[in-house]
Design a protein around this ligand. Sequence first.
Ligand code: EPS
Length: 377
Amino acid sequence: MRFLTGGESHGAALLAIVEGVPARLPLEASYINAQLARRQRGFGRGGRMAIERDTVKILSGVRGAWTLGSPISLLVKNLDWPNWEKIMAVEGPVLAEKVTKPRPGHADLSGAIKYGHRDVRNVLERASARETAMRTAVGAVARRLLEELGVSLYSHVVNIGGVRVEKVDWDRVEDSPLRCGDSRAEERMMKAIEDAGVRGDSLGGVFEVRVKGLPPGLGSYAHWDRRLDGRLAQAVVSIPGVKGVEIGEAFSMADLPGSQVHDPICWESDRGFFRASNRAGGLEGGMSNGEEIVVRGAMKPIPTLGIPLASVDIETKEPFPSHKERSDVCAVPAAGVVAEAMVAWVVAQAVMEKMGGDTMEELKERWERYEGWVRSF
Ligand code: EPS
Protein backbone atom coordinates (compact mmCIF):
# COMPACT_ATOMS: atom_id res chain seq x y z
CA MET A 1 0.00 0.00 0.00
CA ARG A 2 1.26 3.47 -0.82
CA PHE A 3 -0.08 7.00 -1.17
CA LEU A 4 0.95 10.44 -2.33
CA THR A 5 -0.68 13.75 -1.50
CA GLY A 6 -0.57 17.07 -3.32
CA GLY A 7 -1.89 20.54 -2.67
CA GLU A 8 -0.97 23.90 -1.17
CA SER A 9 -2.62 25.21 1.99
CA HIS A 10 -4.33 28.05 0.09
CA GLY A 11 -4.55 26.32 -3.27
CA ALA A 12 -7.78 25.04 -4.77
CA ALA A 13 -7.71 21.61 -3.10
CA LEU A 14 -5.77 18.76 -1.51
CA LEU A 15 -5.43 15.51 -3.43
CA ALA A 16 -4.29 11.94 -2.86
CA ILE A 17 -3.91 8.72 -4.76
CA VAL A 18 -4.07 5.63 -2.57
CA GLU A 19 -2.87 2.36 -4.01
CA GLY A 20 -2.93 -1.23 -2.80
CA VAL A 21 -6.25 -1.31 -0.91
CA PRO A 22 -7.92 -4.68 -1.58
CA ALA A 23 -11.12 -4.86 -3.59
CA ARG A 24 -14.53 -5.30 -1.89
CA LEU A 25 -13.89 -3.08 1.13
CA PRO A 26 -17.09 -1.13 1.93
CA LEU A 27 -16.10 2.57 1.77
CA GLU A 28 -18.20 5.73 1.77
CA ALA A 29 -17.22 9.41 1.78
CA SER A 30 -19.28 9.92 4.97
CA TYR A 31 -16.92 7.57 6.85
CA ILE A 32 -13.88 9.60 5.78
CA ASN A 33 -15.71 12.86 6.50
CA ALA A 34 -16.31 11.82 10.12
CA GLN A 35 -12.52 11.50 10.55
CA LEU A 36 -11.94 14.86 8.83
CA ALA A 37 -14.41 16.49 11.23
CA ARG A 38 -12.56 15.02 14.23
CA ARG A 39 -9.32 16.66 13.00
CA GLN A 40 -10.99 20.07 12.67
CA ARG A 41 -12.29 20.21 16.22
CA GLY A 42 -10.41 21.27 19.33
CA PHE A 43 -10.12 24.30 21.57
CA GLY A 44 -7.23 26.50 20.42
CA ARG A 45 -7.69 26.09 16.65
CA GLY A 46 -7.27 29.22 14.51
CA GLY A 47 -9.49 31.18 12.12
CA ARG A 48 -8.98 28.78 9.23
CA MET A 49 -11.00 26.04 10.90
CA ALA A 50 -13.99 28.40 11.02
CA ILE A 51 -13.78 28.69 7.21
CA GLU A 52 -13.20 25.05 6.28
CA ARG A 53 -15.76 22.21 6.45
CA ASP A 54 -13.43 19.47 5.21
CA THR A 55 -15.26 16.88 3.13
CA VAL A 56 -13.84 14.38 0.68
CA LYS A 57 -14.86 13.57 -2.86
CA ILE A 58 -13.92 10.05 -3.92
CA LEU A 59 -12.99 10.36 -7.59
CA SER A 60 -11.89 6.83 -8.42
CA GLY A 61 -11.35 3.31 -7.14
CA VAL A 62 -14.80 2.98 -5.53
CA ARG A 63 -18.04 1.91 -7.17
CA GLY A 64 -21.39 1.45 -5.41
CA ALA A 65 -19.61 2.13 -2.05
CA TRP A 66 -17.18 -0.79 -2.55
CA THR A 67 -13.48 -0.49 -3.37
CA LEU A 68 -12.49 -1.88 -6.77
CA GLY A 69 -8.83 -2.68 -6.10
CA SER A 70 -7.86 0.16 -8.44
CA PRO A 71 -6.22 3.41 -7.24
CA ILE A 72 -8.48 5.41 -4.94
CA SER A 73 -8.34 9.14 -5.76
CA LEU A 74 -9.42 11.59 -3.08
CA LEU A 75 -10.09 15.32 -3.26
CA VAL A 76 -10.68 17.80 -0.41
CA LYS A 77 -11.53 21.30 -1.65
CA ASN A 78 -10.19 24.31 0.25
CA LEU A 79 -13.17 26.56 0.98
CA ASP A 80 -10.67 29.40 1.60
CA TRP A 81 -9.57 29.25 -2.07
CA PRO A 82 -11.77 32.12 -3.36
CA ASN A 83 -9.89 34.44 -0.96
CA TRP A 84 -6.52 33.29 -2.36
CA GLU A 85 -7.17 32.81 -6.07
CA LYS A 86 -5.08 35.86 -7.07
CA ILE A 87 -2.27 35.27 -4.57
CA MET A 88 -2.01 31.56 -5.44
CA ALA A 89 -2.76 31.90 -9.17
CA VAL A 90 -1.45 28.87 -11.03
CA GLU A 91 -0.92 30.89 -14.23
CA GLY A 92 -0.28 34.56 -15.00
CA PRO A 93 1.49 37.11 -12.83
CA VAL A 94 1.38 36.62 -9.07
CA LEU A 95 0.27 39.96 -7.70
CA ALA A 96 0.83 39.25 -4.01
CA GLU A 97 3.48 40.91 -1.88
CA LYS A 98 6.42 38.58 -1.29
CA VAL A 99 6.95 36.99 2.11
CA THR A 100 10.64 37.58 2.92
CA LYS A 101 10.68 37.17 6.70
CA PRO A 102 11.09 33.47 7.58
CA ARG A 103 9.56 32.19 10.83
CA PRO A 104 11.86 30.39 13.27
CA GLY A 105 10.63 26.83 13.80
CA HIS A 106 8.99 26.51 10.37
CA ALA A 107 10.24 25.18 7.02
CA ASP A 108 10.47 28.76 5.69
CA LEU A 109 14.22 29.48 5.62
CA SER A 110 15.69 26.06 4.82
CA GLY A 111 12.95 25.47 2.24
CA ALA A 112 13.63 28.83 0.54
CA ILE A 113 17.38 28.14 0.39
CA LYS A 114 16.84 24.56 -0.83
CA TYR A 115 14.49 25.43 -3.72
CA GLY A 116 15.86 28.92 -4.46
CA HIS A 117 12.61 30.69 -3.60
CA ARG A 118 12.85 34.44 -2.92
CA ASP A 119 9.19 34.37 -1.75
CA VAL A 120 8.82 32.27 1.39
CA ARG A 121 5.14 31.71 0.53
CA ASN A 122 6.33 29.18 -2.05
CA VAL A 123 7.57 27.08 0.88
CA LEU A 124 5.06 27.70 3.63
CA GLU A 125 2.07 26.82 1.46
CA ARG A 126 3.14 23.19 1.16
CA ALA A 127 4.88 22.97 4.54
CA SER A 128 1.64 24.01 6.29
CA ALA A 129 -0.06 21.44 8.46
CA ARG A 130 -3.08 21.86 6.18
CA GLU A 131 -1.68 18.83 4.35
CA THR A 132 -2.62 16.70 7.32
CA ALA A 133 -6.28 17.01 6.29
CA MET A 134 -5.51 14.73 3.34
CA ARG A 135 -3.42 12.38 5.48
CA THR A 136 -6.46 12.06 7.75
CA ALA A 137 -8.60 11.13 4.74
CA VAL A 138 -6.05 8.53 3.55
CA GLY A 139 -5.70 7.17 7.08
CA ALA A 140 -9.49 6.79 7.24
CA VAL A 141 -9.30 4.33 4.32
CA ALA A 142 -6.70 2.30 6.25
CA ARG A 143 -8.83 2.53 9.38
CA ARG A 144 -11.88 1.21 7.47
CA LEU A 145 -9.81 -1.78 6.35
CA LEU A 146 -8.58 -2.45 9.90
CA GLU A 147 -12.10 -2.13 11.28
CA GLU A 148 -13.19 -5.03 9.04
CA LEU A 149 -10.54 -7.14 10.82
CA GLY A 150 -11.72 -6.08 14.28
CA VAL A 151 -8.83 -3.65 14.85
CA SER A 152 -9.67 -0.28 16.42
CA LEU A 153 -7.68 2.93 16.98
CA TYR A 154 -8.17 5.74 19.43
CA SER A 155 -6.23 8.67 20.85
CA HIS A 156 -6.24 11.19 23.64
CA VAL A 157 -4.26 14.22 24.80
CA VAL A 158 -1.98 13.58 27.77
CA ASN A 159 -0.23 16.96 28.19
CA ILE A 160 -0.66 20.50 26.95
CA GLY A 161 1.76 23.29 27.86
CA GLY A 162 3.07 21.28 30.82
CA VAL A 163 -0.40 20.43 32.24
CA ARG A 164 -0.61 16.62 32.44
CA VAL A 165 -3.61 14.30 32.73
CA GLU A 166 -3.79 12.33 35.97
CA LYS A 167 -6.82 10.06 35.59
CA VAL A 168 -8.17 9.13 32.17
CA ASP A 169 -11.91 8.67 31.65
CA TRP A 170 -11.98 7.34 28.06
CA ASP A 171 -15.74 7.95 27.79
CA ARG A 172 -15.27 11.71 27.81
CA VAL A 173 -12.39 11.97 25.30
CA GLU A 174 -14.33 12.05 22.02
CA ASP A 175 -16.67 14.90 23.03
CA SER A 176 -14.17 16.88 25.07
CA PRO A 177 -12.83 20.17 23.64
CA LEU A 178 -9.22 18.99 23.95
CA ARG A 179 -9.76 15.23 23.40
CA CYS A 180 -8.72 14.86 27.01
CA GLY A 181 -9.90 12.20 29.48
CA ASP A 182 -9.31 14.25 32.64
CA SER A 183 -11.80 17.10 33.12
CA ARG A 184 -9.77 18.88 35.80
CA ALA A 185 -6.55 18.82 33.78
CA GLU A 186 -8.53 19.91 30.72
CA GLU A 187 -9.83 23.03 32.47
CA ARG A 188 -6.25 24.00 33.31
CA MET A 189 -5.12 23.22 29.75
CA MET A 190 -7.87 25.42 28.32
CA LYS A 191 -6.90 28.28 30.62
CA ALA A 192 -3.25 27.89 29.55
CA ILE A 193 -4.28 27.98 25.85
CA GLU A 194 -6.48 31.03 26.45
CA ASP A 195 -3.66 32.86 28.23
CA ALA A 196 -1.14 31.91 25.52
CA GLY A 197 -3.57 33.20 22.85
CA VAL A 198 -3.95 36.54 24.65
CA ARG A 199 -0.15 36.85 24.83
CA GLY A 200 0.15 35.99 21.11
CA ASP A 201 1.97 32.81 22.07
CA SER A 202 1.39 29.11 21.24
CA LEU A 203 1.48 25.80 23.17
CA GLY A 204 2.58 22.27 22.39
CA GLY A 205 1.96 19.01 24.19
CA VAL A 206 1.76 15.24 23.97
CA PHE A 207 -0.90 12.97 22.42
CA GLU A 208 -1.20 9.21 22.68
CA VAL A 209 -2.50 6.77 20.04
CA ARG A 210 -3.55 3.22 20.83
CA VAL A 211 -4.33 0.26 18.57
CA LYS A 212 -6.40 -2.63 19.85
CA GLY A 213 -6.89 -6.05 18.29
CA LEU A 214 -3.60 -6.78 16.52
CA PRO A 215 -2.03 -10.23 16.59
CA PRO A 216 1.68 -10.69 17.40
CA GLY A 217 4.16 -10.81 14.52
CA LEU A 218 3.38 -7.72 12.41
CA GLY A 219 6.60 -6.03 11.31
CA SER A 220 9.90 -7.91 11.64
CA TYR A 221 13.03 -8.18 13.75
CA ALA A 222 15.06 -9.19 10.69
CA HIS A 223 15.76 -5.84 8.98
CA TRP A 224 15.89 -2.24 10.23
CA ASP A 225 13.39 -0.97 7.70
CA ARG A 226 10.83 -3.70 8.44
CA ARG A 227 10.66 -2.97 12.18
CA LEU A 228 7.13 -1.83 13.02
CA ASP A 229 8.29 0.39 15.91
CA GLY A 230 10.67 2.26 13.59
CA ARG A 231 8.00 2.68 10.94
CA LEU A 232 5.46 3.96 13.45
CA ALA A 233 8.02 6.42 14.86
CA GLN A 234 8.79 7.74 11.37
CA ALA A 235 5.10 8.13 10.56
CA VAL A 236 4.34 10.01 13.79
CA VAL A 237 7.41 12.29 13.60
CA SER A 238 6.49 13.14 10.00
CA ILE A 239 3.45 15.05 11.29
CA PRO A 240 4.32 18.78 11.20
CA GLY A 241 5.30 20.03 14.65
CA VAL A 242 6.01 16.59 16.13
CA LYS A 243 9.57 16.43 17.46
CA GLY A 244 9.53 13.29 19.58
CA VAL A 245 7.96 9.85 19.76
CA GLU A 246 7.60 7.47 22.69
CA ILE A 247 6.63 3.81 22.37
CA GLY A 248 5.07 2.39 25.52
CA GLU A 249 6.72 3.75 28.64
CA ALA A 250 10.04 4.37 26.83
CA PHE A 251 11.25 7.45 28.68
CA SER A 252 10.44 6.26 32.19
CA MET A 253 11.79 2.73 31.35
CA ALA A 254 15.15 4.36 30.67
CA ASP A 255 15.33 5.22 34.40
CA LEU A 256 14.46 1.73 35.71
CA PRO A 257 16.28 -1.61 36.00
CA GLY A 258 15.22 -4.34 33.55
CA SER A 259 13.50 -6.35 36.27
CA GLN A 260 10.94 -3.53 36.63
CA VAL A 261 10.48 -2.94 32.94
CA HIS A 262 9.85 -6.08 30.87
CA ASP A 263 6.32 -7.41 30.62
CA PRO A 264 6.02 -10.95 32.06
CA ILE A 265 4.77 -13.61 29.62
CA CYS A 266 1.62 -15.52 30.68
CA TRP A 267 -0.44 -18.29 29.08
CA GLU A 268 -4.02 -19.48 29.65
CA SER A 269 -5.77 -22.20 27.67
CA ASP A 270 -8.62 -19.95 26.43
CA ARG A 271 -6.42 -16.87 25.72
CA GLY A 272 -3.10 -18.33 24.61
CA PHE A 273 -0.09 -16.10 25.31
CA PHE A 274 -0.53 -12.63 26.85
CA ARG A 275 1.40 -10.17 29.02
CA ALA A 276 0.87 -9.24 32.65
CA SER A 277 1.65 -5.59 31.85
CA ASN A 278 2.23 -3.49 28.73
CA ARG A 279 5.17 -1.19 29.33
CA ALA A 280 6.56 -2.15 25.91
CA GLY A 281 3.52 -0.54 24.28
CA GLY A 282 2.66 -3.67 22.32
CA LEU A 283 5.97 -3.73 20.43
CA GLU A 284 8.98 -5.99 21.01
CA GLY A 285 11.79 -6.81 18.61
CA GLY A 286 10.32 -4.56 15.95
CA MET A 287 7.06 -6.57 15.92
CA SER A 288 3.61 -6.31 17.44
CA ASN A 289 3.41 -8.65 20.46
CA GLY A 290 -0.39 -8.97 20.68
CA GLU A 291 -0.87 -6.33 23.37
CA GLU A 292 -2.33 -2.88 22.70
CA ILE A 293 0.02 -0.64 20.69
CA VAL A 294 0.76 2.61 22.56
CA VAL A 295 2.56 5.43 20.71
CA ARG A 296 2.96 9.00 21.96
CA GLY A 297 4.00 12.06 20.02
CA ALA A 298 5.47 15.26 21.47
CA MET A 299 4.40 18.32 19.53
CA LYS A 300 6.30 21.57 19.79
CA PRO A 301 4.33 24.80 20.10
CA ILE A 302 3.19 26.03 16.65
CA PRO A 303 5.89 28.34 15.24
CA THR A 304 3.52 31.00 13.90
CA LEU A 305 3.25 33.44 16.78
CA GLY A 306 1.35 36.62 17.46
CA ILE A 307 4.55 37.76 19.18
CA PRO A 308 7.03 37.28 16.34
CA LEU A 309 10.50 35.98 17.14
CA ALA A 310 13.72 37.47 15.84
CA SER A 311 14.42 36.72 12.20
CA VAL A 312 16.33 38.18 9.26
CA ASP A 313 14.75 39.41 6.02
CA ILE A 314 16.08 37.21 3.20
CA GLU A 315 16.35 40.22 0.82
CA THR A 316 17.60 43.11 2.98
CA LYS A 317 19.43 40.89 5.53
CA GLU A 318 18.07 43.28 8.16
CA PRO A 319 16.90 41.80 11.47
CA PHE A 320 13.10 41.85 11.64
CA PRO A 321 10.31 40.36 13.69
CA SER A 322 9.27 37.27 11.68
CA HIS A 323 6.32 37.15 9.30
CA LYS A 324 2.89 36.75 10.89
CA GLU A 325 0.39 34.26 9.47
CA ARG A 326 -3.00 33.39 10.91
CA SER A 327 -2.51 30.27 13.02
CA ASP A 328 -3.67 27.98 15.80
CA VAL A 329 -2.66 28.59 19.41
CA CYS A 330 -2.62 24.84 20.05
CA ALA A 331 -3.22 21.94 17.66
CA VAL A 332 -2.28 18.98 19.88
CA PRO A 333 -5.80 17.40 19.83
CA ALA A 334 -5.86 17.64 16.02
CA ALA A 335 -2.33 16.19 15.82
CA GLY A 336 -3.58 13.20 17.84
CA VAL A 337 -6.27 12.55 15.22
CA VAL A 338 -3.69 12.89 12.41
CA ALA A 339 -1.43 10.48 14.31
CA GLU A 340 -4.30 7.95 14.49
CA ALA A 341 -4.49 8.23 10.69
CA MET A 342 -0.73 7.76 10.24
CA VAL A 343 -0.64 4.84 12.66
CA ALA A 344 -3.66 3.28 10.90
CA TRP A 345 -1.79 3.58 7.61
CA VAL A 346 1.43 1.96 8.86
CA VAL A 347 -0.44 -0.83 10.63
CA ALA A 348 -2.64 -1.54 7.58
CA GLN A 349 0.51 -1.62 5.43
CA ALA A 350 2.09 -4.14 7.82
CA VAL A 351 -1.10 -6.24 7.77
CA MET A 352 -1.13 -6.26 3.97
CA GLU A 353 2.56 -7.20 3.85
CA LYS A 354 2.00 -10.15 6.14
CA MET A 355 -1.38 -11.37 4.88
CA GLY A 356 -1.61 -10.03 1.33
CA GLY A 357 -4.75 -10.51 -0.72
CA ASP A 358 -6.48 -8.76 -3.61
CA THR A 359 -9.94 -9.00 -2.05
CA MET A 360 -11.21 -8.42 1.47
CA GLU A 361 -12.47 -12.01 1.49
CA GLU A 362 -8.93 -13.27 0.86
CA LEU A 363 -7.47 -10.95 3.47
CA LYS A 364 -10.07 -11.92 6.11
CA GLU A 365 -9.57 -15.61 5.50
CA ARG A 366 -5.79 -15.27 5.97
CA TRP A 367 -6.26 -13.05 9.02
CA GLU A 368 -8.59 -15.56 10.69
CA ARG A 369 -6.28 -18.47 9.88
CA TYR A 370 -3.36 -16.60 11.46
CA GLU A 371 -5.44 -15.73 14.54
CA GLY A 372 -6.19 -19.46 14.94
CA TRP A 373 -2.48 -20.24 14.58
CA VAL A 374 -1.62 -17.67 17.26
CA ARG A 375 -4.27 -19.02 19.69
CA SER A 376 -3.13 -22.60 19.31
CA PHE A 377 0.62 -21.87 19.40
C1 EPS B 1 -4.25 24.10 9.01
C2 EPS B 1 -4.49 25.14 8.18
C3 EPS B 1 -3.62 26.30 8.19
C4 EPS B 1 -3.07 26.57 9.58
C5 EPS B 1 -2.48 25.36 10.29
C6 EPS B 1 -3.11 24.06 9.94
O1 EPS B 1 -4.41 27.33 7.72
P1 EPS B 1 -4.02 28.88 7.58
O2 EPS B 1 -2.54 28.94 7.27
O3 EPS B 1 -4.87 29.38 6.43
O4 EPS B 1 -4.39 29.53 8.87
O5 EPS B 1 -4.10 27.03 10.41
O6 EPS B 1 -1.12 25.22 9.99
C7 EPS B 1 -0.18 25.72 10.85
C8 EPS B 1 -0.47 26.30 11.97
C9 EPS B 1 1.21 25.54 10.44
O7 EPS B 1 2.08 26.14 11.10
O8 EPS B 1 1.47 24.86 9.47
C10 EPS B 1 -5.12 22.93 9.03
O9 EPS B 1 -5.97 22.72 8.13
O10 EPS B 1 -4.95 22.11 9.96
